[in-house]
Design a protein around this ligand. Structure first.
Ligand code: NAP
Ligand code: MG
Length: 504
């Protein structure tokens, strides 16, 4: 692995990004930027240097309450009844503005979260595509008609149609791992549907979302339609989840907090969608193209330093290719460039916080203690920032902690399998409380489809891993969540269906 964590060696962000970092960062409520009611602030830190980046207003329950009132007022105003074509036009304008500001948004995600700038640029590009994609849906929201009789009316006397209506005021609670993308993938469909929003970004990564707040204003989103409240989970997040005037909560984060959100939501039975954790299988058959498999496993496991819900972290290698794949994978991992995300050469950035690095490192110690073989990595990297080398364990067994629990760091656990019993391979791949993603690697088309059907996950990729996009439904089986984001199903999360029956 080549390591260059010297912050002086990385390029500085552009002047526009620096100017934003130096500015005041307040809460966006009802179209006005304002301090928190109690004056609280959050210090935002660069995970690659440990240095402070910005100070941001930190909203609490009182601010959430004011924002929900503003969102309710905006919902009852013209936004929710605006013609879908008009909302589409605003979303398309937003997509163009995001493109114009793409470098600033990418740099903000990089300094705030640590992700390599190459990835941040790709993510901003996807954000713009996503707003365009949901602009298309805003123009296509439609119900159905049905003529069968209702219980009390004969067929000839009855006519029923359905209306799709926005669900109302939506609370969004987001994680730190892909900050801009997490905000956009919920805002796109919510705005297309005609909902209004109170959004809480993660306390560690509010910056790109706050910048997006300015772009939303520039695109012509009316005041109160999107309110942004950086704040803490147990205060602002909990207040949003429990709020009686919030109609729906859209959450992405850990399975543990997802459970708290779901329980809090029962106060008024608000609708809930949850994108939660994962521990996804990567199943490699002996006939797979090893040239694809080697970088593919590294990407599955180490994309965003493994801080990625769809990370492929349980690797199953067919016995006969196990040793060759591991040898080549270890050699490949040693070529990865670790460093400050602003360096365009960087492939692996820092972990989000020092505390999170300790948590991930504790898993590495657990792997060693449980008798797994450390094939590569396993070290904390000295110096500024929260760097940890990408780590591969072999000789792992299904009962080990590193195989069972979501680590959310660059640690993968390899097991061997024999391919003579497909049901047994599937049983091993499905031996998890999660079911978010997964991949199958083989040149045998029929085997690929058979395995894809057997893996109990919301998304299965063949000969690649985690190939998501705005039009591909994404979400979890089992403890990976409720509902599907992206695609048409992502829009449905923000719509209610109303049936209207007419006596003719
Ligand atoms: P997290 O700790 O669950 O936090 C997620 C969000 O919830 C943050 O905004 C957090 O606020 C807030 N929160 C914390 N406690 C809360 C409470 N009691 N009530 C309401 N909100 C609360 O997750 P994370 O550490 O940010 O992200 C990592 C997890 O997210 C992993 O498990 C990962 O798999 C999952 N994830 C899933 C997906 C997916 O699509 N399935 C995508 C990305 C990440 P703070 O910022 O103050 O902590
Ligand atoms: Mg940060």
């Amino acid at each position: 692995m080549s390591v260059n964590i010297n912050p002086m060696a990385a390029p500085s962000p552009q002047a526009k990004t620096l100017k934003f970092l130096e500015a005041n960062h307040e809460l966006l409520i009802d179209g006005k930027w304002q301090k928190a009611q109690d004056g609280a602030t959050l210090d935002v830190v660069d995970p690659a240097t440990g240095k402070p980046l910005a100070t941001v207003a930190c909203g609490g329950a009182a601010d959430v309450d004011i924002a929900v009132t503003a969102a309710r007022r905006a919902f009852e105003g013209e936004w929710s009844t605006k013609c879908g074509f008009d909302r589409a036009e605003i979303l398309r304008k937003l997509a163009r503005i995001v493109e114009e500001h793409s470098e600033t948004l990418a740099e903000l995600d990089t300094v705030d979260n640590g992700m390599p700038i190459m990835l941040a640029r790709m993510i901003v590009g996807n954000t713009s595509s996503l707003f365009n994609y949901y602009a298309g849906w805003a123009e296509r929201i439609e119900g159905t008609t049905t003529t069968p009789p209702s219980m009390i009316l004969a067929e000839a006397e009855a006519f029923t149609y359905t209306l799709k209506e926005p669900v109302g005021v939506v609370g969004m609670v987001l994680p730190w791992n892909v900050p801009l993308s997490m905000a956009a993938l919920k805002l796109g469909p919510a705005l297309a549907a005609g909902c209004t929003v109170v959004l809480k970004p993660a306390e560690d990564t509010p910056l790109a979302t706050l910048y997006l707040g300015h772009l939303l204003e520039e695109a012509g989103i009316p005041p109160g339609v999107v309110n942004i409240i950086p704040g803490l989970g147990h205060t602002a997040g909990a207040a949003l989840a429990a709020h009686d005037d919030v109609d729906k909560i859209a959450f992405t984060g850990s399975t543990a907090v997802g459970g708290e959100i779901a329980r809090a939501a029962t106060g008024n039975f608000k609708k809930v969608s949850l994108e939660l954790g994962g521990k996804s299988p990567v199943v490699v058959f002996a006939d797979a193209d090893i040239d694809l498999v080697v970088p593919g496993i590294a990407q599955a496991g180490f994309f965003l330093q493994g801080q990625n819900c769809m990370a492929g972290t349980r690797i199953f290698l067919e016995d006969s290719i196990h040793d060759e794949v591991i040898e080549r994978l270890v050699a490949h991992v040693k070529t990865l460039k670790i460093g400050n995300g602003l360096d365009p050469e960087t492939q692996i950035g820092p972990l989000i916080t020092a505390k999170h690095r300790e948590r991930v490192f504790a898993y590495i110690e657990a792997g060693l203690a449980e008798g797994a073989t450390l094939a590569v990595g396993g070290d904390k990297i000295d110096g500024p920032g929260n760097f940890l080398s990408p780590t591969i364990f072999t000789d792992t067994t299904p009962d080990m902690k590193i195989v069972r629990e979501e680590i959310f760091g660059p640690v993968i656990a390899v097991q061997r399998f024999k391919a003579d019993d497909l049901e047994e391979v599937a049983r091993q791949a499905n031996d998890s409380i999660y079911g978010l993603s997964g991949s199958v690697w083989t040149r045998d088309l029929s085997l690929a489809h058979k395995m894809a059907r057997r893996i109990r996950s919301g998304h299965v990729s063949v000969n690649c891993h985690g190939a998501v996009g705005p039009n591909i439904p994404f979400g979890g089986y089992r403890q990976s969540g409720w509902g599907r984001e992206f695609g048409r199903e992502g829009l449905e999360l923000f719509l209610e269906t109303k049936a209207v029956t007419v006596r003719l």
